[in-house]
Design a protein around this ligand. Structure first.
Ligand SMILES: Cc1cc2nc3c(=O)[nH]c(=O)nc-3n(C[C@H](O)[C@H](O)[C@H](O)COP(=O)(O)OP(=O)(O)OC[C@H]3O[C@@H](n4cnc5c(N)ncnc54)[C@H](O)[C@@H]3O)c2cc1C
Length: 419
């Protein structure tokens, strides 16, 4: 790019690609950098599922709008993006988890989500590859969807290029240049790149980069992984995603195979995140342990075999919510991270909101609750941050002490009031 870009987007995962695309659609000159390539790291390894049943308004709105964007993507952009809007089922296998499902449905419906408790016979009909007899309760969200993450990444990369975003790959950002309290650009192996504003969408590598500005993110890094299994009878792409509260397990079709992921207790934690997602050590045994507990739910699981193991490093935060802000000591330097294993499916709406913020100078209502200032008066020690963030990971399918916190920290977006 010969002229200085209005905005430099660092990191071309799902969030960066969406931010870059939406900025260009608003007429801004955008340069997007990545040290690897477009969508080659955490985003490419995600499970690719949406969860419409959110419990806080901001997440509910972002998820709802992202699902709409995905469903209308091809019509609106002319670029293909294959998705499967086949809904999702969540099972509870015990009384405690059944009451949790009821609470989830109650909260999600207040946010306008189409989710309801269903009779186990209906759950069985909707998810015939499961055995609803072993469950105590189930909810059903017919609008949930899944997709192959590389398809989403290719689609956003394609529309971003069409919209005029310029890309440079193989650029490893090592420093951020600040001049008189304002960001001036970044430093890479090939020199300094100036820009009017910089957005860091560097996934699990954001904390390390922002530390150079003195900004310490309350973030913890753990491994999250799933296996893809062949030989489970009756699997086809039209089956819904299935989640089991009690054992923090999810499953969705991958063609005729079945993907199984689990939120392990005591996940592998990284003080320093491996530089490449492919260097994250995976451990199939941890998934097998969880699967043994849900053998009775999935018909034919026992005779199946693993064809692939995938994983990466999501960013966990002490309250299970995103970290999205402008750096106080470097105006014009923004970041969007803290995905809590939910950054891929909301990337379409997150990109729109970040672009609106940069283009108008006004932080959108829906992003206000994600400011890191919410931690300012909490004085969390690093041990507390770690304990709470790990608790958010292990308890991701359970109510936690912080459930609903955005309602305390942020304003309810206007169109999210219960109707
Ligand atoms: C196994 C697994 C399953 C998941 N399932 C789901 C799911 O079903 N639904 C969901 O919503 N979310 C899911 N997630 C979470 C999801 O993957 C993340 O929230 C999302 O990918 C975050 O996207 P990102 O753009 O922030 O990060 P990334 O995809 O990691 O992108 C960051 C980019 O920044 C680049 N970068 C980093 N540092 C530098 C630097 N110094 N210089 C230049 N470039 C740099 C990297 O190369 C990378 O391309 C899952 C995660 C995992 C690991």
């Amino acid at each position: 790019m010969r002229t200085k870009p209005d905005v430099l987007v660092v990191g071309c995962g799902a969030i960066g690609l969406s931010v870059a695309y939406n900025l260009a659609m608003r007429g801004m000159r955008v340069l997007a950098l990545d040290r690897v390539g477009p969508g080659a790291q955490t985003s490419a390894r995600a499970a690719g599922q949406s969860v419409i049943a959110q419990t806080d308004p901001a997440m509910g709105q972002l998820m709802h709008r992202s699902i709409e964007t995905i469903a209308g993507f091809e019509d609106n952009t002319g670029v293909p993006f294959k998705y499967h809007q086949v809904g999702s089922i969540k099972y509870a296998l015990a009384d405690w988890s059944a009451s949790q499902l009821s609470r989830e449905v109650e909260r999600a419906r207040l946010l306008g989500a189409d989710v309801s408790m269903v009779a186990l016979d209906d759950a069985q009909r909707i998810a015939p590859h499961t055995n609803a007899d072993v469950a105590v309760a189930a909810w059903h969200a017919p609008n949930d969807l899944y997709f192959s993450p590389p398809d989403m990444l290719a689609a956003f990369y394609s529309v971003a290029k069409k919209a005029g975003v310029e890309f440079q790959f193989g650029e490893d950002v090592s420093d951020i240049v600040i001049d008189a309290g304002k960001v001036a650009g970044v430093v890479t192996g090939s020199g300094r790149i100036d820009a009017g504003a910089v957005v860091m969408t560097t996934g699990p590598w954001t904390k390390e980069l922002l530390a150079r500005t003195g900004t310490i993110l309350p973030a913890v890094y753990v491994r999250h992984q799933y296996s893809i299994r062949s030989g489970v009878p009756g699997i086809h792409p039209g089956l819904p995603s299935v989640r089991i509260v009690d054992h923090a397990v999810y499953a969705r079709p991958v063609g005729a195979n079945l993907m199984f992921g689990t939120y392990e207790p005591h996940p592998l934690e990284f003080k320093a995140v491996p530089k490449r997602a492919e260097d994250v050590p995976l451990d199939g045994a941890a998934i097998e342990t969880a699967l043994q507990k849900v053998n009775a739910v999935f018909r034919g699981l026992a005779g199946s075999s693993v064809v692939e193991l995938r994983g990466g490093v999501p960013t966990m935060t002490p309250d299970g919510s995103y970290l999205i802000d402008e750096v106080e000591v470097a105006r014009g330097l923004y970041f969007a991270t803290g995905c809590n294993v939910m950054g891929l499916s909301c990337a379409p709406a997150l990109g729109e909101e970040m672009a609106a913020w940069l283009a108008t100078g006004q932080r959108p209502e829906v992003l206000k609750g994600f400011s890191i200032r919410r931690f300012a008066d909490r004085n969390l020690s690093s041990d507390e941050i770690r304990r709470k963030a790990l608790g958010e990971y292990e308890g991701i399918y359970r109510d936690t002490e912080t459930a609903g916190h955005i309602r305390r920290y942020g304003a309810l977006p206007g169109n999210m009031h219960a109707g």
